[in-house]
Design a protein around this ligand. Structure first.
Ligand code: ATP
Ligand code: MN
Length: 462
């Protein structure tokens, strides 16, 4: 007999039919010779109820079917009399795949803190919360590919191991096969990377953008969606050492087009979640953030506020608000500043543009004022920066000047500079942090709770 998923049974199971389900026991209670088992197989947040006439089963075998156990159940699907479920299964045969000793099973009781669940990340997918988050992660990944595919973008796989350390997006993790006890040394007594696997120093990528640009200046509209790595020692609720980033890059787009694409993209993903993740959203809304669904609708219904960094700084300086970090033109905004603009001042997502060139990357398009670049950050409530992007500098001489000003070695970037020597074109793109998006759509507060196995400083156990 073929197994049916719980989701299918609950949505469209035919009462009166014989069914087979397999899953993990969420709870079991006994009442007057009848046992009620709540069974979940992760296909949906809801459990299916198994009704067991205790008299028909071996007492010891039944005992082993406790919370956390994995079982298969054959039985008759019937209309449920209890409230909260449409159908239930009257068990005829049960098979125990794996017991879970109630004395030691860590998820014996409900209501564990998220902090505790992080310590048992190997088991937390079995909770309602992580089931919901992981199903939504999947739905959002699919929606991202669908959005770009429907628009004719090409998905590009950029390398995870990079030989350039010029991206400037942060500290990197070294990739090496050299002997860590006795590495070969060069004439200066430093590690000689000419002897290393790739014949040079290599690291895990911090962004696929530079390679993305190479392909966009051939295929016009591309995106990447892959893991990125930052070795910064930042222990915040919004930073991971390993996270996933989506980076569209579009030839012939200028900054306005880039902002339009970012806004359309985020709104598409949010409406996709509202349409396709109803059950999980309702659960997360009830458990973690009573305004979650309302907030998602709110973002859909309002245009993002667009203004320049300079205007943003003015507003912050005149706000009368006391900030931990002082706001001055020319300094990077802290998340407290970003969140003031979004949550207090405009009360909607904000796109800040035209940042001082000193605080942004070398590849951003230089403006005529000589002071700013065509950058854009999308700021979201509760999160701060969710997207960072820009129009790119397409002029070879200007780009080279900036590279030299910053003391970046040309030989590391010759291939990137070449795109400006041969058939250069205006182009623009951005990076969306996937886990920051997940924070917003799930209402979770800590980025460690929206990725199955978080990588943060001093934490790579699971
Ligand atoms: P922040 O200032 O918040 O540290 P950033 O400006 O260093 O971010 P970018 O280099 O612009 O980040 O990366 C693009 C996007 O990737 C960001 O807008 C954010 O959504 C996401 N992101 C960046 N760093 C991290 C991280 N350590 N963990 C998770 N997401 C990140
Ligand atoms: Mn940024």
């Amino acid at each position: 007999m073929k197994r049916t998923k719980v989701k299918v049974l609950l949505n469209s199971g035919q009462p009166g039919s014989e069914v087979l389900v397999k899953g993990w026991v969420r709870s079991k209670r006994d009442s007057k010779g009848v046992a009620f088992i709540a069974l979940n197989d992760g296909s949906v947040i809801h459990n299916i109820q198994i009704v067991v006439d205790v008299a028909n089963f071996d007492e010891n075998a039944l005992k082993s079917i406790s919370t956390g156990a994995c079982i298969a159940v054959k039985g008759l699907l019937v209309q449920s009399l209890g409230k909260g479920q449409s159908v239930e299964i009257q068990a005829r045969e049960m098979e125990l795949y794996g017991a879970a000793d109630p004395e030691t099973f860590p998820l014996q009781k409900k209501g564990h803190t998220l902090e505790f669940l992080r310590e048992i990340a190997h088991l937390r997918p079995r909770t309602n919360t992580f089931g919901a988050v992981l199903r939504m992660r999947h739905a959002m990944s699919y929606a991202i590919h669908k959005f770009f595919n429907d628009k004719g973008f090409v998905y590009v796989h950029t390398p995870i191991i990079t030989g350039s350390d010029a991206e400037g997006a942060g500290a990197m993790f070294r990739v090496t096969t050299l002997d860590d006890q006795k590495p070969p040394l060069n004439e200066l007594g430093h590690v000689d990377y000419r002897e290393d696997f790739f014949g040079k120093e290599t690291n895990l990528t911090v962004s696929g953008q530079l390679e993305g640009e190479l392909v966009a200046t051939a295929l016009t509209e591309i995106y990447t969606f892959g893991p990125t790595f930052r070795a910064e020692n930042s222990n915040t609720t919004r930073h991971l050492a390993e996270f996933w980033m989506i980076e569209p890059e579009v030839a012939f787009n200028e900054l306005d087009d880039n902002m339009n694409l970012a806004e359309e993209f985020l709104k598409y993903l949010i409406s996709y979640a509202l349409e396709h993740c109803k059950d999980d959203l309702e659960f997360l809304n009830n458990m973690y953030d009573k305004e979650l669904i309302q907030k998602l609708h709110f973002v859909l219904e309002h245009p993002f506020q667009r203004l320049s960094y300079t205007e943003g700084v003015e507003i912050l300086r005149n706000s009368g608000q006391k900030f931990e970090f002082k706001v001055e033109w020319g300094t990077d905004l802290q998340s407290e500043h970003e969140r003031y603009l979004v949550e207090k001042h405009f009360q909607r997502p904000v796109i800040l543009t035209d940042y001082p060139k000193e605080i942004k990357a070398f590849y951003m398009k230089q403006s005529a004022d000589g002071k700013t670049v065509r950058a854009m950050d999308v700021l979201f409530p509760g999160i701060g920066e969710i997207i960072g992007g820009s129009q790119r500098e397409e002029n070879y001489d200007k780009l080279l000047n900036r590279v030299n000003e910053l003391g970046i070695k040309n030989e590391d970037l010759w291939w990137y500079l070449d795109t400006r020597r041969f058939g250069t074109c205006p182009h623009a793109g951005f990076g969306l942090g996937f886990e920051r998006l997940m924070l917003f759509v799930t209402g979770m507060n800590n980025i460690r709770d929206v990725i199955p196995f978080p990588r943060t400083p001093k934490n790579a156990e699971f």
